[in-house]
Design a binder for this molecule. Structure first.
Ligand code: NAP
Length: 309
């Protein structure tokens, strides 16, 4: 007999999670603050709970997916606290590593097991082989329920015992995504200012995408190995990047395109160059991302930056 699972929060994502569980044959109870949004799931076999307490009492595992950790406080309520003892809470709401650590402590203090996850997919990927969800927290709680996680996505991975890890990876991967998306906005603005049709941009992007993928993979690998000095395998040092980057700044200035985002890239380049890294591998820039406040705190007693070198 499959476990009973409750899904707290049936917005776009929570509904997709509940549908995937129902399709895999789990007895599924759902609760949503606005009850009407949970009701379509009843037609698929879900029980719609009238309160969070009822949803918690109905299941061994409670999956939470609401807008943020403030909203998931519906579970960290005096009226519900005694009912969660002995249950497994799986928090799939997006949040910070700190929020996950705080929640893990709260649930441990109230006798519940806690896994914290980050969904790296849109609702249409949930329940498919390509659905990716990162989970952190006690490995044994993940392993014991692997079948349930597989129902949510073919690529559900345990990424570590430390509860904040899935959310930290989420932010890291989204930083990568937004870098690409905001970069695309800049590319669009340049093409529009220069009257290049966006179909052409799309075609050229497809052609150079493998080059950029290669640069990203190389940057991660070299930074991990601390190989910042240029060597035979360096694809590009900071110097040619910085030269080409000046062309972009100049064009954006001439065409009155907002430079605030690219100016912050310029600041990182300049910090690295001032510290003597112009001819080092692009990966050397990874040492210059600390905020100026933290950098001045880390400066030595004679004002020499510990990062310079
Ligand atoms: P959504 O459709 O806007 O749903 C938000 C859910 O949160 C609704 O069930 C809403 O209830 C509930 N909620 C909000 N405030 C609440 C409160 N104070 N108390 C109780 N419930 C509250 O958003 P979504 O797309 O499903 O996203 C849900 C979570 O999944 C977010 O953390 C999001 O970052 C994450 N996620 C989403 C996607 C995606 O592609 N959609 C991808 C990855 C991660 P009501 O219906 O009553 O308003």
């Amino acid at each position: 007999m499959k476990l009973s699972i409750s899904v707290v929060g049936t917005g776009r994502m929570g509904s997709a999670l509940a549908r995937a569980l129902l399709q895999s044959g789990y007895r599924t109870t759902v609760w949503n603050r606005t009850k009407q949004k949970a009701e379509p799931l009843a037609a698929l076999g879900a029980t719609v709970a009238g309160s969070v307490l009822e949803a918690v009492n109905a299941a061994e595992i409670i999956i939470v997916n609401v807008s943020d950790y403030q909203a998931s406080a519906v579970l960290r309520d005096d009226a519900v606290a005694s009912a969660i003892r002995g249950k497994l809470i799986v928090e799939l709401t997006s949040g910070t590593p700190h929020g996950a650590r705080e929640a893990a402590e709260w649930f441990a203090a109230h006798g519940a097991s806690y896994l914290d996850g980050a969904i790296m997919a849109t609702p249409d990927f949930i329940g498919t082989d390509a659905g990716t969800i990162l989970i952190s927290g006690p490995r044994q709680a993940f392993d014991a329920n692997e079948e349930m996680f597989r129902a949510l996505g073919g690529n559900v991975q345990h990424v570590g015992e430390e509860p904040g890890r899935a959310n930290a990876l989420d932010s890291a991967l989204l930083a990568l995504m937004w870098g690409a998306l905001f970069g695309t906005l800049h590319a669009i603005a340049v093409c529009q200012a220069e009257e290049i049709d966006l179909g052409e941009l799309g075609r050229q992007w497809t052609a150079i995408a493998p080059v950029i993928d290669g640069l990203v993979a190389d940057l991660i690998k070299r930074t991990d190995a601390g190989r910042f000095a240029s060597d035979d395998e360096t694809l590009s040092s900071i110097s040619p990047h910085y030269g080409a980057f000046q062309h972009l700044l100049e064009l954006m200035e001439a065409r009155k395109i907002d430079r605030s985002v690219v100016d912050s890239y310029d600041a990182i380049f300049q910090r690295a160059i001032a510290a003597g890294h112009l001819h080092d591998d692009f990966a050397a820039l990874s040492q210059f991302l600390e905020s100026p406040d933290k950098r001045s705190l880390r400066s030595g007693p004679r004002g020499g930056s510990l990062l310079a070198g």
